[in-house]
Design a protein. Structure first.
Length: 105
């Protein structure tokens, strides 16, 4: 099942990435400065961490990947027929995540 979800994310991401306003605000925070290329890398190579099957806006999921300088980045993305919606992107806080950044503490 995880492979199917990842393939849906990657297929949608190959078509187009659509950054929602919240994602743009989070990416452009001065303590983050996450680039669109880093988000694309996470979408295309990241690992599935959590599924949000019952999200009222439609299915979405949390992915972990690595950006410039191997900086860990989490993105929440929602695959659609014509694009991958990027809901948010952030650098995970080690105080809130396990050492592998895959589980909330």
């Amino acid at each position: 099942m995880a492979e199917d979800i990842i393939e849906r994310v990657r297929a949608a991401g190959r078509k187009r990435l659509l950054y929602l306003p919240h994602a743009i605000r989070q990416m452009s925070r001065s303590d983050r400065m996450i680039t669109s290329e880093e988000v694309r890398t996470v979408a295309m190579t990241g690992q599935l961490i959590e599924n949000y099957l019952d999200d009222p806006r439609g299915y979405s999921c949390l992915l972990l990947g690595f950006g410039n300088g191997d900086r860990p980045i989490h993105i929440v993305a929602a695959p659609k027929d014509e694009y991958l919606a990027i809901i948010t992107a952030y650098v995970p806080d080690p105080a809130q995540w396990s050492s592998d950044l895959m589980r909330r503490t």
